[in-house]
Ligand binder design. Sequence first.
Ligand code: ADP
Ligand code: MG
Length: 561
Amino acid sequence: MCEPRNRTGESMNHGQIGLTRLNGELHRLRDRDAQEFTIDAGIAVADLVRTTLGPNGLDKMLVDSGRIVVTNDGASILDRMGIDHPTAKVFVETAASQNARVGDGTTTAVIVAAELLRNATGLLDRGIHPTAITNGYQLASKHATATLAANAIEVDRDDTDTLERTVQTAVTGKWDRDAAARFAALTVRAVRSVEGGGKAGLDRLTLKAFPGGSLADAELVEGLAIDLGSSSTTLVSPDAELPTVFEDARIALIDDQLTIETADAVSRVSIDSPDDRTAFTEYEESIYSEYVTDLVDAGVDVVFCQKSIDEPVRSLLANAGIVPVERTRQDELHKLARTTGAEPVQSTDELGPRSVGRATTVERRPINTTELIVVRTPAAEHRSLILRGGTVHVAEETKRIVETCIRSLVALLEESAVVPGGGAPEIELAYRLRSYADGVDGREQFAVGAFADALESVPRTLASTAGMDPIDTILALRTEHDRGNQYDGIDVESRRIGDLAEKRVFDPLRVRQRALVNATEAANTLLRVDDVIAASRSAEGHGHDHGTSSDSGGYPWAIGH
Ligand code: ADP
Ligand code: MG
């Protein structure tokens, strides 16, 4: 993916290693060579995602043994590339961490981190020690995040319009405007519906995506949706016609299986003769009918079983008007227990009034080629977002984007503050960091300046993806910010600069702050490297290493600080 070069300019592709050979097994890169090796890799990773930034960013098509994913989400792209290079991995982890914490801002974090590395190269060339650079970057990052918070715009938690606008910013470019607005509204409604006591309550929100149908078919359903296709839950069509809706339904949860336990059976029946076989069949039937009788006696309408249900039992249950659902995932069983008040039992004879749960309705709904069971409870405290997309890929990408919406909304609700988008904060921070740098002693001052320059890579990239001249745009923005227009950024729709707060393009404060912190951490981690050691592996079949060293082209890497 990246081919760092050593001092003599020869390629150090680790397949044909050009690192200093210490002995037959060990190769080593030191000082500037090590720094170049790590920095080049970081920049190469950022180049992979750069063109996806912003509403006009382009998609990437990832093709992997016939499977195709089209996405413009930085974290998904990097996650799916299976990058092995040890330093590039630091960047991939940065994107993953940004995504996990706040769901958005991944591309920004990677682009800024790469720019910090690129600018560090210039400082290293001037003989500035890596420690002075990392210290300066740290100072700048702290100052920038504090300044960002001080100038953020507070949002009332009930200000639905601003919440929706902010969620929309997180997904423009991923969908058209109308779809973005619709999904932003749906996300706000969904997250709001499970909020309780100032807490997000996301464990009470289930997200399901199905191929077939269109984006517009997305709906927020009251209740817990159990998907019989993609979860391992299977409802095998029984002979009898079961109702599609059960009112005031009684639910049983079996934490085991409804089958004949062979070991148990064999100890009691030995099948040597036709008589024995008849005896065994009778034994089987008696066990099966016990299961059914227990469930009928407990007045159960739907039984969810964590493991399998033997076919004859399913038929008997269906005939008795009970819906048998087998192989329900453990996490879904827990959710069912929580929402219906049912207590999972190991066997049907343990069923009693306390272990049977209640639901206002249980509805079976056909959805594409599968079926969905929606369980509504009296408190109706669970919600499910049912997403649709033309194909499996579209459905999956839709789910990823909605997850981004949800996390970015949660990030916003946690802090109740936004900053304008379109590169406005980065230009403002760069402007302020330059004056802050004047007061910083020593060589760190240069690093603070380099940090300010690196921030401008965000509006510069946004300008390029919007088809504007990056240099003219940055100069114009600097002038506006110098005049005190701190919310001026790139209005990508009109391809002009303007006040982004007025245009109501907002990002959650927390997302922007995290992107800066993560970018600084990634760059500093790599800048502290002055030693790369690779031990070649003579034998095949070694396991993969984990952590900072990883298996790469047959060489386990160790990064020294
Ligand atoms: P990231 O992974 O960093 O979130 P995105 O591709 O989502 O990358 O782009 C985010 C950037 O695009 C942010 O700087 C955001 O402010 C900007 N942006 C999003 N929507 C708009 C818009 N309508 N106008 C201007 N800038 C926007
Ligand atoms: Mg984004």
